[in-house]
Design a protein around this ligand. Structure first.
Ligand SMILES: [Zn+2]
Length: 167
């Protein structure tokens, strides 16, 4: 179980608000449709639209909200964008905008959940003692001639430059 990301939580809230607004819209359609049904066929049309709207709310819940709630940000991202575009096309502007922001937040949530684990796993393994260990053999590998100052290999007994014995 992954820790819930902050952007993921924001996306979840935005989708939920969008869903509630959609539901309010459906409820108004149902009420108006029921009122008009007694007078004209137009009421039946409104009821039909409201029925499609309820199906829509279920789809958004299953493919977008439920996935975000489970932490499946990658799986919820594309459906959320599709729902945002469909909302805007059908003039449900506020839910559409909310879904678009949720889509962007899901992108943040994905990069947060991908970017965080390496940062945590890299931190405990910095090999700090290595520079100290490599510095020591370098210093002892060369012996400086006290006569001419030339750096000689540690194994040589005499200076390679002037031939003076190395102490
Ligand atoms: Zn020398």
């Amino acid at each position: 179980m992954r820790a819930p990301s902050r952007s993921g939580e924001t996306a979840k809230t935005l989708i939920l608000i969008g869903l509630i607004l959609d539901l309010i819209g459906e409820a108004i359609l149902l009420a108006v449709g029921a009122l008009f049904l007694a007078v004209s066929v137009f009421g039946g049309l409104l009821l039909g639209v409201a029925a499609i709207g309820l199906l829509w709310v279920i789809l958004v819940w299953v493919f977008s909200y439920a996935r975000v709630r489970e932490g499946d940000y990658q799986g919820a991202r594309t459906p959320t964008l599709v729902f945002a575009i469909l909302s805007l096309i059908s003039f449900a502007l506020i839910p559409g905008v909310l879904f678009i922001i949720a889509y962007a937040k899901l992108g943040d949530a994905i990069s947060e959940s991908v970017g965080t684990p390496p940062a945590w796993s890299v931190q405990p393994t910095p090999p700090i003692p290595t520079p100290v260990a490599t510095a020591t053999p370098l210093a002892s590998a060369s012996r400086f001639c006290s006569h001419c100052g030339r750096a000689n290999s540690a194994t040589s007994g005499f200076c390679e430059g002037c031939g003076a014995p190395l102490g």
